[in-house]
Design a protein around this ligand. Structure first.
Ligand SMILES: [Zn+2]
Length: 424
């Protein structure tokens, strides 16, 4: 008796499920050094009502299912859709002048002090409508999809005032409903000290804890804070995140990006779902993360783009048992890229990840970094059918060929949502 299914993807040259080893709890990240990935050659994948119902060698799957529709993968590589767990998606304006200032030797902190950086984007975002922010972000989502991303996190944090933060979060909600990529929203009102509170940062902290976090709780699943030398201290970050936790938010933190502050340890102390950046995290932070459920989200695009010599110690983290994920940090100033494949290459070259670890970090572990590990991030029976057909002979090839997209087709819940041939 064969099972009736909506879709059979056949003629898969190499299928890589990224399913973690047996015994890994459902939804938990996959830890430890990894140099090989299990593969199935000449494979097929069956989907019914948006979920994976069967996969394996093509002949075996064909004997078990009866498909309404059959599609060929043309001998390509098939992987789970990429998950991008750290983006600053909704913004207006552009900051190409800062790129040239950096080339002339100015640091990120110097540019920020001179009125550039986050606060320059804040000037563009304040006064923008939900529609303006949505229209500006849709092409970014199209580019993400064309690079193999099927789910992403998106942060507010350029409004830095209640109304403008709300507009950003409402834009994220609109984008989620209008675009094939699923979005998970994060309230990052604690991204900077706005100009009007420079002389009075205590008042801004009070506003965050008493107004911006409570009033926006219904619009965001996570709360994030920029814990850094020139932004929020560890005690300030602890206050903001503790308040967020009381309000029911999941927690995230921008930590140890420019100098080591103890942000990684704070993430562990508060039970954050992720600690992000970590370019300067030392031994104590690595040990704390390794003994926790917090996922380390590395953003090598940012250190590359800001011309930093400090790269997140990905190799040491994985060897110590930290669950490592990767993200683009897509934003107009410090990492203007939608491409996770580019990030995979940088993670291997700069952070010491193997290609297998980089792929795991952009799929299952990235899903865990936004609390979606039980639903997406690997190709397993029962999970959502989000997968990508790559024009590549095998998985090792992906980080090897950089700076272009090798995506042939993207499927979301079993439906074709991007086709490179049609886009050409
Ligand atoms: Zn960020």
């Amino acid at each position: 008796m064969s099972v009736q299914v909506d879709l059979l993807l056949k003629e898969i040259g190499q299928l890589v499920t990224l399913a973690p080893p047996a015994g890994t709890p459902q939804g938990a990240p996959w830890r430890g050094p990894l140099s090989e990935l299990a593969t199935i050659s000449d494979a097929a994948l069956a989907v019914h009502e948006g979920r994976i119902v069967d996969l394996g060698p093509a002949a075996e799957v064909a004997a078990r299912v009866q498909a309404t529709r059959e599609v060929s993968a043309g001998g390509g590589l098939v992987l789970p859709g990429f998950v991008d767990p750290h983006t600053h998606l909704p913004w207006l304006g552009s900051r190409e002048a800062e790129f040239e200032l950096r080339l002339a030797g100015k640091s990120y902190a110097e540019i920020a002090k001179a009125g550039g950086g986050i606060r320059s984007t804040t000037r563009s975002v304040r006064g923008a409508s939900v529609d303006q922010l949505t229209e500006a972000a849709l092409p970014r989502l199209d580019r993400m999809l064309s690079c193999g991303t099927t789910t992403a996190e998106a942060k507010s944090g350029y409004g830095l005032a209640l109304a403008a933060e709300r507009t950003q979060l409402e834009a994220i909600r609109a984008l989620d409903s209008r675009h094939a990529i699923d979005l998970v929203a994060t309230n990052l009102a604690a991204h900077e000290i706005p100009d009007e509170h420079r002389a009075d940062r205590g008042r801004w902290l009070d506003l965050l804890c008493e107004e911006l976090l409570p009033d926006l709780a219904g619009l965001a699943e996570f709360c994030d804070v920029f814990c850094e030398d020139h932004v929020f201290t560890v005690p300030e970050s602890r206050r903001i995140l503790s308040r967020a936790k009381e309000l029911g938010y999941g927690l995230k933190i921008h930590a140890d990006e420019i100098v080591p502050t103890g942000g990684a340890e704070l993430a562990v102390e508060l039970g954050a779902v992720s600690a992000d950046h970590l370019a300067c995290t030392g031994q104590a932070g690595i040990a704390a993360l390794a003994a926790s459920e917090t996922v380390a989200v590395l953003l090598p695009g940012t250190s590359f783009y800001l011309r930093k010599s400090d790269h997140a110690p990905g190799r040491a983290m994985i060897d110590a048992g930290v669950a490592v994920a990767l993200a683009t940090d897509l934003n107009p100033g410090s990492s203007l890229t939608e491409s996770l494949p580019m990030i995979l290459t940088l993670a291997c070259l700069q952070c010491g990840l193997t290609p297998a670890e980089a792929l795991r970090a952009a799929t299952l572990n990235a899903a865990c970094a936004i609390g979606r590990g039980a639903e997406i991030g690997s190709l397993e029976v029962g999970k959502q059918a989000d997968f990508v057909v790559w024009d590549a002979p095998n998985w090792r090839y992906l980080p090897t060929h950089f700076g272009v997209s090798l995506v042939r087709a993207v499927y979301k819940r079993g439906a074709l949502v991007f086709n490179a041939e049609a886009a050409a």
